[in-house]
Design a protein around this ligand. Sequence first.
Ligand code: HEM
Length: 160
Amino acid sequence: MAEEEQKLADEVVEKEEEEDDGGPTHNPETGAKYFRMSEVATHNIINSLWIVIDNKVYDITNFTLEHPGGEEILFEQGGQDASVPFEDVGHSSDAREMMRQYFIGEVHPKDHKAKEAKGWGRGSSSGSGGDASSQRGWFSQILFGMGLSLVGIAMYKAIF
Ligand code: HEM
């Protein structure tokens, strides 16, 4: 009975803590701790190196020497979101499995990047910049094709 009361009291304390700084401190679904990007940004030194990939926070302080891609590149990315460079390298599934051991929490939802900022694929995001440039891409391709056809016709006429 006393244990139950203690549990209840603990829950109340947890709730109060959450309400204190105006947001949840943990992901209610996964139980993972939330970190603000401002905190992540302070861990960009050799003795404490964190990176964010896909809104997940990794403490890679003890991984830098082991990293097959070298430690320098990790120091460059320290304290920030490295999702795009991480994906650009095309890391293997082994690498993704390996990084799980360095997982320490998730980025607070308030600091999640907008989908378009990830830059993979076109997606259905509202960013009109990507759409406009892809439209320009199509237009210039059509123009290029028409130009080539005209040159082809002109050459054909000149020869025959
Ligand atoms: C916890 C995070 C990371 C882990 C566990 C990890 C692991 C690995 C592993 C296992 C490889 C060997 C190739 C492979 O299996 O894919 C690799 C290569 C590499 N990684 Fe990472 N990596 C991490 C983060 C990063 C980040 C943030 C960058 C920044 C750009 C990066 C850049 C590279 C590069 C440039 C290579 C060499 C690729 C090559 O030689 O072809 N890695 N990494």
